[in-house]
Design a protein around this ligand. Structure first.
Ligand code: DGL
Length: 275
């Protein structure tokens, strides 16, 4: 029998807060533990084995802290670690607990968003190289053409708070031009990285009118709500006190300062270690 606990939300760093805030506003009644592995972020350029190892450590930690359900809010972790964790690790370590990712819920809605049936994915190098988006989208909508573009500088622009500077325009324009020249029929660009919604104003500045940038947070939140409605046994072991605790593997002060960009509020942060 599982003991009730908070829902875990994991990201390599701050970016997952864009997903958490959508979840909190759609289903505020639950308790959440947010964990950012800031001391080892970014994950985007790390190898498959390392992202898997770090993500599994985070999942085991959140399970130990009492979470029964965890959302991997990080696209890179969802792309490189989720499948192995779901198929090999969960049955071994906690068969009744669950870990969900962000790529499948995005793939599920994309068919109803694109009209041209040409979609672009913007993500970290790891997410794009994994081909996880085309694989998941083609399972549900085989007719959709999917082109990826790695935007390795974009996370750094956000992490270093340079997202409003003129320098940011150069990288944003460059990656948008690249992907739209690879396929001019694209009408929907998935922001396939948790940091990218912070760049949305600048992204929209350089997009033609017929192309829409799609942040995923809202869809992840809706998918989680739907999951809990379809799994009452899991819903029953998710505590409902409306509280969120924030954990980082780096400095709590640094985390709470940076988190103000993502959440527009002050938060208390606790430090933990992963191994
Ligand atoms: N959170 C990661 C993602 O969504 C981006 C940051 C990183 O590279 O760690 O892919």
């Amino acid at each position: 029998m599982l003991k009730p606990g908070a829902i875990g939300v994991f990201d390599s760093g701050y970016g997952g807060l864009t997903v958490l805030s959508e979840i909190q506003s759609l289903i505020p009644q639950y308790d959440y533990f947010y964990l950012g592995d800031n001391s080892r972020a970014p994950y985007g350029t790390r190898s498959f084995d390392v992202v898997y190892e770090f993500t599994l450590q985070a999942v085991e930690k959140l399970f130990d802290m009492g979470c029964n359900l965890i959302i991997l809010a990080c696209n890179t972790a969802s792309a490189k670690a989720l499948r192995t964790i779901q198929q090999l690790d969960i049955p071994r370590i906690h068969p009744d607990k669950r870990v969900l990712g962000v790529i499948r819920p995005t793939a599920e809605i994309i068919g109803s968003v694109t009209k041209s049936r040409h979609v672009g994915i913007l993500g970290t190098t790891g997410t794009i190289q994994s081909e996880s988006y085309p694989i998941e989208i083609h399972k549900l909508s085989p007719d959709i053409s999917v082109i990826g573009e790695a935007c390795p500088m974009w996370v750094h622009l956000v992490e270093n708070r340079e997202y409003d500077d003129d320098g940011a325009d150069y990288f944003i324009k460059k990656n948008l031009n690249n992907i739209l020249s690879k396929d001019p029929l694209i009408d929907t660009l998935v922001l396939g990285c948790t940091h990218y919604p912070i760049l949305l104003d600048k992204i929209n500045k350089y997009l033609p009118n017929n192309v829409t940038a799609l942040p995923q947070g809202r869809y992840i939140a809706e998918s989680l709500k739907d999951y809990l409605a379809r799994h009452p046994e899991m819903d029953a072991v998710c505590t409902k006190g409306g509280k969120t605790r924030y954990f980082t593997t780096e400095s709590p002060q640094k985390f709470s300062e940076a988190a103000s960009i993502f959440l527009s509020k002050d938060i208390e942060v606790e430090r933990i270690t992963l191994e």
